[in-house]
Unconditional design. Structure first.
Lengths: 306, 280, 555
């Protein structure tokens, strides 16, 4: 187990290194010259050359990458071109917002998904069951931006129940989290439903039922903990999906997270920020997969990372 | 065949929707009341606001005074074209890498799969956004970007299947009889992968349609004036409160199309391999 | 909805229509010689006090005056720091600020400024002449990587310093109570240069102590002090009680909330939660509010010194042919484009905006005439038109405007393919020789750094800008006009202001004979403010500050 863990950790580190290398090459192949952008319109050629030199952009790509890696190992993500401050604190300052949003989104996904999944499993073939089975497909077929705009239109602009955008209070997080969570909930319901059906058919549940335990008790105490595990493992695999969703959701709702930071940075060719956010997101995805991989056999020997 | 359809209403519905979208795209020039990029002077109010649905413009006009219905029809062409091309490329790359990695396990396979893992570790949308900003976007570039983001998943699945195939007795027997690698791959392994390719080819179109719409919604997808369902929403955002139809008609088109491909893909998956179930 | 942070390397200067009808005639005729020294407080009944809320969509990048160069931070930096020169609120009238008085030598090469006594930085230390020298040298210093260095090019020793061959600007000297500038060439805009943000005075010891963090923890001697900054969320500014001009500013504090969609900001403003929606009013909302009596007094609609244009690359065939460029000028239906932006602009026919000194109101330019345009194309040997590429940034409404231009061009047989790219990529294409035949400037359009016509020439139409990485995307260089421009800029004698403006005006209308641009429209700035906010429109669309926090007040 430990050997496996060590092996997977090394693999993950190598993957992150690869992500860093590819992103770096891609970004520096961009036609836009950050020095020109920074210098502004009234700058002389000398100013532009100075800025390019100060940023180290006049050095060979390999040298630049070597420096970048060296700094990266010390936790230094470089300095933002436009904001002239270190990237790491910029990302750290915005990470709580993104993590809060993701946590709320995942919580919403799980709460809706698990309750619907249980209901569907308990009444197989019933209305809820059929609804869950079809809605799960609608969920994965709907563009996130459409749900974001729809929720905005109905619950913020028309009904006025929630603020349209912003950050800070619990009311602010409802619509963005719903946008993130609602679409996947159907799929989680599906997973919970099928594992619930499995569990309910197992001997210990049958035994419990034979002993005359109440249905409520059986479901909540005995079946649920086992049925919910696959859904939790699924979250690890889904981190990538959440990371992508965050870019759109933060853009529409003006949520001050790293997705918004990345989107602004892309417009301004602020390469250190783009690098930083890409690496942080990639790390999240790698960790998510790692956790999913390592926990899957513990949870259910039948689930193996495919 | 017909009985299969009747037993699976979702498959039937999916196929009907796909047929409708396909017909709309193919016969757009015949159905569309106007040219999709004709900015009509009477298509805007005096203050420059888009017009609501009316007799003259069945789904209203957009922010440049163009007929929304005509643009949606032509937009179907864009979405389907990108869906087929991008996903076709993704499935091809995935098949190629997956089979090679699965068949030649060892250094080659290991390297290829680590590369696949690497691609899967990229935040897909972020990668697509960076690529789209890097390469000046056009319809084909958008298709290419989507293909580059989407192939890894197919490669993983094909890899797993090839691995298990490669260890089966009949392949081992072939090999013992001295059959060349190419012969084994083409004659014995690929045919077994066809169902997988078809399933993922179908499910992938849904993903592709969604990703194209998202890129265009962010303003880095299909270039104007070429209509795409995503860029119609992008251009209409500033009016979404006053003219919600501009957002919701193209949104519904995206949803229906993606849903149809997902339903059909899922049904195909059940038909080809009832034991395999996963997330589309 | 998805508006990105457009880092406009310029500042939107704007003024209201109200101002144009009354005060402006006088304002434009201003000259350094007739300046009344001292702060001219606007004559209105302001009540001190009040805490207000301002919103912006995009994060504030930095408040370091040597670095900040976008329109959100511009007005905040203005109020955090003070400079030798400043403007009367709501006008383009220069007045001494940190300087008590100044003199200019007859040859226009020596400027001496006497500083106010007893002005203090918010850390308590007195501002001395050496701070002025330090601050300007810091803005020019290549190590600062500041975008404003080029503005100080006329100061003696600039070339040596910016090339790293000297440790300071030899042209700036100080004594106990004054600063002297020696110029290497006459520069008629020099007083404006001392009023831009890059000339803000900063305390050396704080800059050195904070290092890179100075932009997040600024210390100045302006009207406000930054109290708190929650990155990505909000900034709180409080009144500087020790500001050296008594009675300024009026409000006690303002809080800038970040990450607010423009539409949301306006809705909140209507509910009374927000006082100024900094990003303006989205078009659809604008139409609704102008019709609604409830919204009366909430919309501030001001003209700014802005021109939106299409560059025609004079180095790319067939645009190298002046007849072709003239034909394209006649092909554009500017009235229709103005309708697409809901009438929030007026059609333009020359590079200078109407409110800029030197604007020629009798100039007719090229009228919309597709038939004549086709004829010109025929004369140029292109009866069937040609194919070309039109670049644009990719944030709404720019791609839409590009499509309107595209349709007009198609009507005379010119097939323009649109490339809507991230702003950075458009700027890169413009600065690469032979790359971009046409660029729609929307989202990047030239807005003046200071209200002087020269600011519309050098980088964007002059020979100096027609270089790799430059901003003259027409790659237009007319040696003859260049010489006239240089001559005009040397006329720093205050008595010749009218003559100089006329000379500049003629340069711009003569440029139109070569037609390197299609001037499309002059955009107005629309801001929403709550009903409790007092004062005339022009301090909310201030020509030099955008929002003038020093002058606004709560009724």
């Amino acid at each position: 187990m430990l050997a496996l863990l060590a092996k997977r950790l090394v693999q993950s580190a190598l993957i992150l290194l690869g992500v860093a290398a590819i992103t770096f090459v891609l970004l520096y192949a961009l036609p836009a010259d950050p020095a020109v952008l920074l210098a502004g319109r009234s700058a002389t050629a000398q100013t532009v050359a100075n800025i390019r030199h100060q940023l180290g952009l006049d050095q060979p790509l390999l040298v630049q990458f070597w420096h970048y890696l060296g700094n990266l190992l010390q936790g230094d993500l470089g300095r933002s071109f436009t904001q002239k401050t270190d990237v790491a604190p910029l990302i750290l300052a915005r990470l709580p917002a993104t993590l809060t949003l993701m946590a709320a989104g995942i919580a919403m996904e799980l709460v809706i998904g698990v309750s619907l999944g249980i209901l569907a499993a308990l009444r197989r073939g019933g209305l809820v069951d059929r609804l869950v089975m079809s809605l799960s497909f609608v969920g994965v077929s709907t563009p996130q931006f459409l749900v974001a705009l729809l929720l905005l239109y109905v619950f913020a602009a028309t009904l006025g129940w929630f603020p349209m955008s912003g950050y800070g209070t619990a009311a602010h997080i409802v619509l963005p989290a719903a946008t993130l969570g609602i679409l996947g909930a159907g799929w989680y319901a599906r997973i919970v439903r099928s594992s619930m059906i499995d569990v309910l058919n197992q001997d210990y549940v049958r035994t419990a039922r034979a002993k005359g335990l109440s249905r409520r008790r059986i479901v909540l105490r005995h079946a649920l903990p086992n049925a919910i595990l696959p859904a939790i493992a699924m979250i690890g695999i889904d981190i990538g999906q959440f990371m992508s969703g965050v870019v759109v959701v933060e853009a529409v709702y003006g949520w001050p997270g790293i997705g918004q930071l990345a989107w602004q940075a892309i417009q301004q060719v602020d390469i250190p920020i783009i690098m930083g956010v890409t690496l942080v997101s990639a790390a999240a995805i790698v960790i998510g997969n790692l956790v999913a991989d390592l926990t899957a056999p513990l949870i259910d020997p039948r689930i193996r990372a495919g | 065949m017909f009985r299969t359809l009747l037993r699976r209403p979702s498959l039937l519905i999916g196929l009907i929707v796909i047929a409708l979208v396909l017909a709309g795209a193919l016969f757009a020039p015949l159905i569309a009341p106007y040219q999709p990029d004709a900015q009509m002077f009477d298509g805007l109010s005096l203050e420059g606001a888009p017009l609501p649905p009316s007799h003259q413009f069945p789904l209203g006009t957009d922010t440049l005074g163009r007929d929304l219905f005509s643009r949606l029809l032509y937009g179907a062409r864009t979405s389907l074209l990108i869906g087929l091309v991008a996903n076709g490329i993704a499935v091809l790359i995935g098949l190629l890498i997956g089979t090679i990695a699965g068949y030649f396990s060892g250094l080659v396979g290991g390297t290829l799969m680590r590369f696949t893992d690497l691609m899967m570790a990229f935040p897909a949308l972020l990668l697509a956004i960076v690529l789209a900003a890097l390469l000046h976007p056009s319809l084909w570039i958008v298709a290419l970007v989507i293909a580059l983001v989407n192939w890894a998943q197919v490669a993983r699945i094909v890899y797993t299947e090839t691995r298990s195939l490669a260890e089966r007795d009949f392949i081992l027997a072939e090999r013992a009889m001295g059959a060349g690698h190419l012969r084994i791959l083409v004659l014995h392994i690929l045919p077994h992968l066809v169902p997988t390719a078809i399933v993922w080819g179908t499910l992938g179109i849904a993903t592709t349609v969604l990703l194209e719409a998202t890129l265009s919604f962010l303003g880095i997808g299909v270039q104007p004036p070429e209509p795409s369902w995503g860029n119609i929403v992008f251009e209409s955002q500033s009016y979404f409160q006053q003219a919600p139809w501009l957002v919701f008609f193209p949104g519904a088109a995206i949803l229906m199309t993606a849903l149809a491909f997902n339903l059909v893909g899922d049904a195909l998956r059940d038909i080809t391999d009832p034991t395999q179930r996963g997330r589309g | 909805m998805l508006k990105t942070l457009s880092r406009l390397p310029s500042l939107p200067l704007s003024r209201s229509r109200l101002l144009r009808s009354s005060v402006l005639a006088v304002a434009i005729a201003f000259a350094p010689a007739v300046l009344a020294p001292g702060f001219v407080a606007p004559a209105m009944a302001q009540t001190p006090g009040g805490d207000i809320v301002v919103t912006y969509k995009d994060d504030i990048a930095t408040l370091d005056p040597a670095i900040g160069y976008d329109w959100q931070n511009w007005s905040m930096i203005k109020s955090l720091f003070s400079r030798l020169m400043d403007y009367t609120p709501g006008t383009p009238n220069l007045v001494p600020s940190l300087a008590e008085s100044f003199t200019v030598s007859p040859d226009g090469l020596t400027y001496v400024f006497k500083l106010h006594k007893g002005v203090k930085f918010s850390n308590g230390r007195e501002v001395v002449p050496a701070d002025v020298k330090y601050s300007i040298e810091r803005a020019v210093n290549p190590k600062t990587q500041g975008p404003g260095a080029g503005f100080f090019g006329a100061i003696e020793g600039f070339d040596e310093f910016s090339a790293g061959k000297a440790d300071g600007l030899s042209g700036i000297t100080t004594d106990a109570d004054s600063v002297t500038f020696k110029l290497s060439r006459p520069d008629a805009t020099f007083l404006h240069v001392l009023a831009i943000n890059f000339a803000s005075v900063v305390p050396k010891e704080v800059v050195e102590a904070e290092g890179a963090d100075f932009g997040k923890k600024p210390v100045g001697s302006g009207t406000f002090i930054l109290k708190d900054w929650v990155i990505g969320q909000k900034l709180s500014f409080v009144k500087n009680k020790d500001y050296f001009q008594k009675g300024v500013p009026f409000i006690d504090s303002f809080t800038v909330e970040i990450g607010q969609e423009p539409l949301v900001a306006v809705l909140r403003l209507q509910k009374g939660e927000v006082d100024i929606a900094g990003d303006g009013v989205p078009p659809a909302k604008f139409l609704e509010m102008t019709k609604s009596p409830d919204a009366a007094g909430m919309i501030v609609d001001g003209e700014q010194l802005h021109t939106g244009y299409v560059t025609l690359n004079t180095k790319i065939k067939p645009l190298d042919n002046v007849k072709v460029r003239q034909a394209l000028n006649m092909a554009i239906n500017k009235d229709r484009i103005v309708r697409i932006v809901n009438g929030r602009a007026t059609p333009a026919n020359q590079p200078l905006p109407p409110l800029m000194p030197g604007y020629d109101k009798d100039f007719k330019g090229y009228a919309y005439d597709p038939a004549k345009a086709k004829e010109l194309l025929k004369e140029a040997g292109l009866p069937d038109g040609f194919s070309t590429v039109l670049y644009s940034t990719n944030t709404d409404p720019q791609p839409r405007i590009a499509q309107a231009i595209q349709q007009d061009l198609a009507a005379i047989g010119v097939k323009a393919e649109i490339k809507a790219l991230a702003q950075a990529n458009v700027i890169a294409a413009g600065g690469t020789e032979g790359e971009a035949p046409m660029i729609w400037s929307g989202g990047m359009a030239w807005i003046a750094d200071f209200p002087d016509p020269s600011n519309f020439y050098g980088p964007i139409l002059g020979c100096a800008g027609a270089v790799a990485g430059g901003w003259n995307w027409s790659w237009y260089c007319n040696k003859d006009l260049q010489a006239r421009a240089v001559a005009a800029d040397s006329m720093s004698d205050p008595a010749k202001v009218k003559e100089r403006e006329a000379a500049w005006g003629k340069v711009f209308t003569d440029i139109m004979a070569d037609a390197p641009w299609i001037p499309v429209f002059n955009e107005r700035r629309i801001v929403a403010k709550s009903k409790r906010m007092g004062g005339p429109a022009e301090i909310y669309v201030d020509p030099t500050r955008v929002i003038n926090y020093d002058a606004i007040f709560v009724k």
